[in-house]
Ligand binder design. Structure first.
Ligand code: SF4
Ligand code: SF4
Length: 206
């Protein structure tokens, strides 16, 4: 069966994302699609964005079960669900409970290989954009994490978290003030329609 899939690419700098209209009818047919196979990881740039836009969410994240907390990141590990797993933010009825801009980068960028938009020559500018964005984000997070560590701050110690957040904010501002050149590679928004042959259940690769 073939189907037209609508993708909308959004250039929002560090918070860029891709919308896929197939997800609510994911061919995996298990009400969770790729969200049954991923555990989101929140890094300093995510935490800074969340603190600026939905401060209560940081405390909510740290109140969840099955976390992996490192010095400068927190992973919300999936819970066992049916014959597999499910992200703790995923609702069977409504999908991801987090608004797009509050999700971490894999959740904002991931599109399954069955759609494979990066194979389209006409979308090579977005491929370049998202490749560079991934490298840029890692570099910014590494610099911020390194500096916070030098200051003796770590998310592993609950009592240090308020100071970690307070010192994170000016570092985040400083690191992201100058916009890298590739931010202007792509328009703010671009909608494309790709026709793809669908396969179902485990035949739809993740
Ligand atoms: S597997 Fe593909 S279609 Fe299904 S939810 Fe994930 S991105 Fe959407
Ligand atoms: S945070 Fe949202 S998009 Fe990411 S894996 Fe969980 S439910 Fe899916």
């Amino acid at each position: 069966m073939e189907r037209d899939i609508v993708l909308v690419f959004h250039n929002q700098g560090l918070r860029s994302y891709i919308e896929v209209d197939l997800c609510p009818q994911c061919p995996r047919l298990n009400d969770k699609g790729c969200c049954g196979y991923y555990s989101p990881v929140f890094y300093p740039t995510d935490l800074a964005y969340i603190i600026l836009n939905r401060p209560g969410l940081v405390d909510h994240i740290f109140s969840l079960p099955h976390l992996t907390i490192l010095d400068a990141s927190v992973t919300v590990n999936s819970l066992v669900d049916d014959d597999g797993y499910r992200c703790q933010f995923h609702s069977r009825q409504t999908g991801c409970l987090l608004p797009m801009m509050l999700r971490e980068s894999v959740c904002r960028h991931f599109v399954c290989p069955g759609i494979g938009w990066w194979e389209e020559e006409s979308l090579s500018h977005w491929k370049l954009f998202f490749d560079q964005l991934a490298e840029y984000e890692i570099a910014v997070n590494n610099r911020i994490s390194g500096e916070l560590k030098r200051r003796g701050l770590t998310l592993r110690v609950p009592e240090l978290r308020p100071t970690f957040y307070r010192e994170l904010m000016p570092l985040f501002k400083k690191e992201t003030e100058a916009k890298p050149g590739f931010f202007s590679l792509c328009p703010d928004r671009e909608k494309v329609v790709l026709r793809r042959r669908l396969s179902f259940g485990k035949d739809w690769c993740l």
